[in-house]
Design a protein around this ligand. Structure first.
Ligand code: ZN
Length: 445
């Protein structure tokens, strides 16, 4: 099956940053065969893009889908206060609620142009089964790729950690469940739709032993590693008091600064620590809206990119960024970089690159993130005939500056997930209704 997407402005995100302002993309069997401009090759199907901008599908590198159930809580709290308020509510999570939450978050992400979603799930109340499977089912039904995680917490409040004791698990239970999920769900190789990552939650909710054993297991199974790091000044104070060093020094001690690791946030890194991230190949998920919402600060993304660090974007959980819109993060990343470093700190195409190529690099995927021969046919098609782009000659910059936008068409592995701005395989109103029913169970009233 060959499909030719013609008459578009193709933003390839290849190494040279090639764009074809009057271009086409030829897709065969779910894979990009060729990208070009001018005379079109013959395709069995021809899709007329009518001048739309086409980018690689966006790649989300940090989320907690279950948090769609508890939005707009602890509205003026810092991270630790916010977590302490929400943990007891999150203890009610089960597979039914997780499924409704995942459908909602994944649908929002798809409609914002996102084709691959990493989700960091770390709340596993004892005896509740099927949580990760529920997310994976939701992703399969909607048609997006998911990198799910077996997260964990084993440092409860009585041992000096932040989460309540009833929400932490035994190390052996975490590791054996990770192995089980790896065997049941993980696909390897190009085009994988479902993958697994190993993701202990954070330095203040996980013991050093679980961090080390998680890394050993992930390396044996060839899975990537993820955690939260250096999100707030309070976290730094906590690490200094408990471990006698900064969060980054702590991570390095545990063998966690490495090319198979990426960390969410990394707001509070000293210049030497940024350099260590670059030297060790450790990646970063930059989540600007969540960091602003919790008043945590702004990551030094210009410096990270200049140090050669792999950087992607993340919406983060919906309890600290109430919107799962990855295109909104593209604009937010640009704005916060300029707020820190002036108007030359980041341009529109660099911001878009973080959300595509950058995200793919962070997840260790070389089959997605750009539109080049041999890559997966994951395309986001952005209409440019709306009110907000009138007068913009540079449509790519115009798109970023005027974001967010609802994607017009989203293609994953050559198959439509969104068409005409609507989900192809699910009904948005029905997802919202199902979610409302589940969210009521988590009401604070
Ligand atoms: Zn997070």
């Amino acid at each position: 099956m060959r499909t030719l997407y013609g008459n578009g402005w193709i933003v390839t995100m290849d190494d040279a940053g090639t764009e074809q302002a009057h271009g086409w993309v030829l897709v065969e069997d779910g894979v990009v065969r060729d990208v070009g401009a001018g005379e079109e090759p013959a395709g069995e199907n021809r899709v007329d893009l009518a001048g739309a901008v086409v980018t690689p599908g966006l790649v989300n590198t940090h989320h907690h889908l279950y948090q769609t159930l508890t939005r707009a809580r602890a509205q003026d709290a810092d991270l630790f206060t916010w977590l302490r308020e929400l943990y007891p509510t999150w203890a009610g999570i089960d597979a039914e609620a997780e499924y409704a939450a995942a459908r909602t978050g994944l649908a929002e992400l798809a409609l914002s142009g996102c084709t691959t979603v990493f989700d960091h799930h770390y709340v596993f109340p004892r005896g509740r089964e099927g949580l990760v499977e529920a997310e994976v089912q939701a992703a399969r039904e909607l048609g997006v790729r998911i990198v799910a995680s077996r997260g964990s917490m084993d440092l409860g409040v009585s041992d000096g950690g932040l989460p309540p004791d009833e929400l932490v698990e035994d190390i052996d239970a975490v590791l054996s469940d990770t192995e089980r999920l790896h065997a049941a769900l993980h696909e390897s190789g190009p085009g994988a739709r479902v993958q697994l990552a190993v993701a202990p939650c954070s330095p203040f909710s996980v013991t050093g032993r679980l961090m080390e054993e998680s890394a050993a297991l992930a390396r044996r199974l060839d899975l990537p590693l993820h955690t939260h790091l250096a999100e707030t000044v309070e976290e730094e104070t906590y690490c200094r008091e408990l471990y006698g060093c900064t969060p980054v020094e702590y991570l390095e001690r545990l063998g966690w600064l490495a090319p198979d690791v990426w960390c969410a946030h990394c707001v509070h890194l000293a210049p030497a620590e940024i350099a260590r991230f670059g030297e060790t190949g450790t990646g970063v998920a930059h989540c600007p809206t969540s960091n602003l919402r919790l008043g945590a600060g702004v990551a030094s993304v210009r410096e990270l990119v200049d140090a050669g660090v792999r950087v992607g974007l993340g919406v983060d959980g919906s309890a600290s960024n109430e919107r799962s819109d990855l295109f909104a993060e593209v604009k937010q990343a640009l704005l916060v970089a300029r707020g820190r470093g002036g108007p030359r700190a980041m341009d529109a195409r660099e911001a878009l690159r973080l959300a595509t190529r950058g995200g793919a690099d962070v997840l260790g995927r070389d089959d997605i993130g750009s539109l080049e021969a041999g890559k997966q046919a994951d395309l986001a098609v952005w209409s440019v005939d709306g009110l907000e782009l009138g007068g913009a000659e540079d449509l790519v910059a115009g798109l970023v500056f005027s974001g967010p936008h609802r994607v017009d068409r989203l293609v994953v592995g050559g198959e439509d997930v969104v068409r005409g701005g609507a989900l192809v395989r699910a009904d948005e109103a029905e997802i919202a209704r199902g979610h409302r029913v589940q969210a009521r169970r988590f009401s604070s009233a």
